[in-house]
Design a protein around this ligand. Structure first.
Ligand code: ATP
Ligand code: MG
Length: 170
């Protein structure tokens, strides 16, 4: 049982110095207390940190990054938005593939292996969630992922021998 609010706050705190160094405003916007979700705090934290790592890398100075979350009927949705470079339409279908990078040059600022988003997608889906993005070149990118509130694997199974009735007796 985890509180996504706390995980968002600590990921944002962790990236705050890096954002400040690049003159980027990084804020979380959590207007109300989210319900608990039955998810793994380590995985959920890593998803948010990977998305923040990208947002900080691919947003020029003066930009803004916002993390928000909202509760739905059976899932929580987390959004990481930036006012960065954006990703053009032809790259979007490949963006979650391993080693895929829009700009393969390894500059000091924007270097990377191209693994972050592949890991993000794997972690989100392993928890039963989904991820999508909206992006506009020159305007920015928003990644949206969901975390189910309940997981099947965590639903209690309370059958014991006395509950098992032979089929013929039913
Ligand atoms: P790594 O995460 O392994 O250090 P990486 O950041 O290049 O390397 P991914 O996180 O998988 O790899 O991202 C893949 C590519 O998607 C990036 O190289 C970049 O071109 C593009 N990208 C990802 N996030 C953003 C974003 N917020 N804005 C613009 N482009 C992005
Ligand atoms: Mg990355």
């Amino acid at each position: 049982e985890i509180h996504v609010d706390d995980i968002i706050e600590s990921a944002v705190a962790m990236y705050q110095p890096r954002a400040r160094n690049r003159q980027i405003t990084l804020t979380s916007d959590l207007p109300y207390k989210l319900p608990y979700v039955y998810a793994d705090p380590k995985r959920t934290g890593q998803v948010i940190r990977n998305l923040l790592s990208n947002a900080v890398k691919y947003t020029p100075p003066g930009g803004k990054i916002t993390v928000t979350a909202a509760a739905h009927l059976n899932h929580i949705e987390v959004r990481v938005s930036d006012t960065g470079n954006g990703i053009s339409e032809e790259h979007i279908p490949f963006i979650f593939e391993r080693f895929y990078r829009v700009d393969p040059s390894r500059s000091r600022d924007t270097g990377g292996a191209g693994l972050g988003l592949a890991i993000v997608k794997q972690l989100v889906e392993a928890q039963g969630g989904q991820i999508r993005l909206h992006s506009e070149v020159g305007k920015g990118t928003t990644f949206v992922f969901s975390v189910p509130i309940y997981r099947r694997e965590h639903e209690p199974v309370t059958l014991d021998a006395d509950d098992i009735v032979p089929v013929a007796e039913l």
